[in-house]
Design a protein around this ligand. Structure first.
Ligand SMILES: Nc1ncnc2c1ncn2[C@@H]1O[C@H](COP(=O)(O)OP(=O)(O)OP(=O)(O)O)[C@@H](O)[C@H]1O
Ligand SMILES: [Mg+2]
Length: 233
């Protein structure tokens, strides 16, 4: 896994509003943030404070309403949607609280899917999907469909899928929210190990202080702003 190139990320005066007039919601309200490649950052804050919105902007799922988001110095708001989609597919791995595996595909097919989008040959996709499932301890379940897997197993498949294209940026939105303690630990170990071995940046939204402690930089959000930013010595 050496194709990873973690982007340098920069937010300047970023605002994100939804709706307009009386229904306008300021999901992000002036966010400034620099993140160097290979960072491991936790994001905490109350429900509705803008954590998922921040992740969506980091991962090029969305663009700011005002201010600038830059990837390696390129303002992403000015990229055509097609180019944003290409960077997202090859450069970002998303892991959500609910796993969003495709129910009709097996574990192996779910993991292989993003590689198809990236145009990798079929034989390579299958071999890599197997290797990834092995790395998350699911070799024996590779032909199972999501409904045949436990929550922890589904999340491990989702992690394998997120790693498929060797992304430089891993975005995890409460990835352990629905898991028990043992599964939380193993899912977290996998994410930390992936971050470590690939040199990717990892941004992890969590309500669990024990999970946040694994990160080396801790952001706290409130009302669409970053109100705390501490780093381990
Ligand atoms: N598509 C949308 N349309 C309108 N408002 C939205 C949309 N997405 C988010 N919001 C609003 O933006 C604000 C921030 O939402 P966001 O999802 O980023 O919060 P969050 O910190 O992730 O919350 P949670 O911990 O509950 O997941 C909230 O007030 C939310 O209602
Ligand atoms: Mg959220």
């Amino acid at each position: 896994m050496n194709r990873t190139k973690a982007p340098a990320l920069s937010f300047r005066g970023v605002r994100k509003t939804y709706g307009d007039g009386a229904t306008e919601v300021r999901a992000l309200d002036g966010v400034d943030l620099q993140m160097s490649p290979g960072s491991f950052v936790s994001v905490e804050g109350p429900s509705g404070c803008g954590k998922t919105t921040l992740l969506n902007l980091l991962g090029l799922l969305d663009v700011p309403s005002a201010g600038t988001v830059e990837w390696d110095g390129t303002p992403v708001g000015r990229l055509p949607e097609r180019e944003r989609a290409r960077r997202r597919l090859t450069g970002v791995g998303f892991i959500f609280q609910r796993f969003y595996l495709l129910p009709t595909l097996t574990a192996e097919e779910n993991v292989a899917l993003p590689m198809r989008g990236a145009g990798r040959p079929a034989a390579e996709r299958t071999a890599r999907a197997r290797a990834l499932l092995e790395s998350v301890g699911l070799t024996g379940r590779r032909h199972s469909r999501p409904h045949q897997l436990s929550g922890g197993e589904e999340q491990r498949v989702a992690i394998a899928r997120a790693l498929a294209n060797e992304p430089g940026l891993l975005l995890a939105d409460e990835p352990t929210g629905e898991l028990d303690r043992a599964n939380t630990e193993s899912v977290l170990d996998l994410l930390v190990e992936a971050q470590h071995t690939t040199g990717a940046s990892l941004v992890l939204v969590t309500h669990n202080p024990a999970v946040a402690r694994r990160a080396t930089r801790h952001l706290t959000m409130a009302d669409g702003r970053i109100v705390g930013d501490t780093r381990e010595a």
